[in-house]
Design a protein around this ligand. Sequence first.
Ligand code: ZN
Length: 379
Amino acid sequence: MPPVACLFLGQTHLMKLKTIVEAIESFAPLALQESYDNSGLICGDWDMEISSALIALDLTDAVLDEALAAGCNLIITHHPLVFHALKKFPENDPTTRLLLRAIRHHLAIYAAHTSLDNSVGGVSYFMATKLALTRIQVLSPVRNQLMKLITFVPHQHAAAVRQALFDAGAGHIGDYDQCSFNVEGYGTFRGAAGTNPYVGQPGIQHREEETRIEVILPAFISSRVLKALKESHPYEEVAYDLVPLANDWQYAGAGIIGELPRPMTAGEFLTLLKQTFRCAVIRHSTPLPKPILNVALCGGAGSFLLDKAIAAGADAFVTADVGYHRFFEAQNRTLLCDIGHYESEQFTAELLLSGLKDKLPTFAARISAQSTNPVNYFS
Ligand SMILES: [Zn+2]
């Protein structure tokens, strides 16, 4: 397996670890990680100055050596080095040994695992772009993450408050931003003695022409959006409703389904997979006697999405770590393809680099030259 090409970004420019972590979590929010996961900062001091970062799928000795040789003091991986709770730290344990090596060399370690899988434009979406899929949709959208903010603003301040909410991240729906609903009305209020109302007099009921503004937002940015609301709103007491929504967040979640540029035979499709993901071997179920057009994908161990892929009309479902019995379940329903865990997620470092580049263009980061795939193929 050839190593992923090194990509360099920016000049060495010291940056606080906290700033880099905030940038990563703006596109891979920890709120989206699965309950069993351990995404986030594994070790490091929030205030340490980071010179540059090395990005890899996994943290291995070779990756750590490469970081030291290149002068990187932050390693960002997809798979968390520490996944289960550690209670003892014997040096002969491989995880502990690597962790202690990193700590002794003052290296910080960060993992963006299911936080990145489930993010908008995450790991599976990035796989889909490699196959040039179109009409892409999330297979299993996240739930209980969306909220609606409703507020009431004097007419002449509505535009400024709306913009402040948008700037804080509210009002994003898919590829659209600055989405809001507005209706004109009026509000009434009477301030008690000692109040300082924006308009009107204390003790006298005031009627004010107001705009009711509604915006949608993910729950994990609600404190930032409320801060923006309160800072931009002219009233002493800001009236608002922050309501949890039962809607799926259809742009974030596990797995992807999309359409190939053209229908393909099973042979053509498997060849495309082999080339795109540089697979030594593909394990697959019996091909169906029909062309493949709709393709579902899930980076890493995605068997749990098999039924959802079939229900969504996937002619093929591409993932990894597929157990023997899953191939029976797929028979006559979809072409189930196991392309290998590393192979399916090999572009994830590229995705992390492009997210960082977008948020912190002056920060120096590079993709590791190591292939960390622990699986070998004998043929
Ligand atoms: Zn994985």
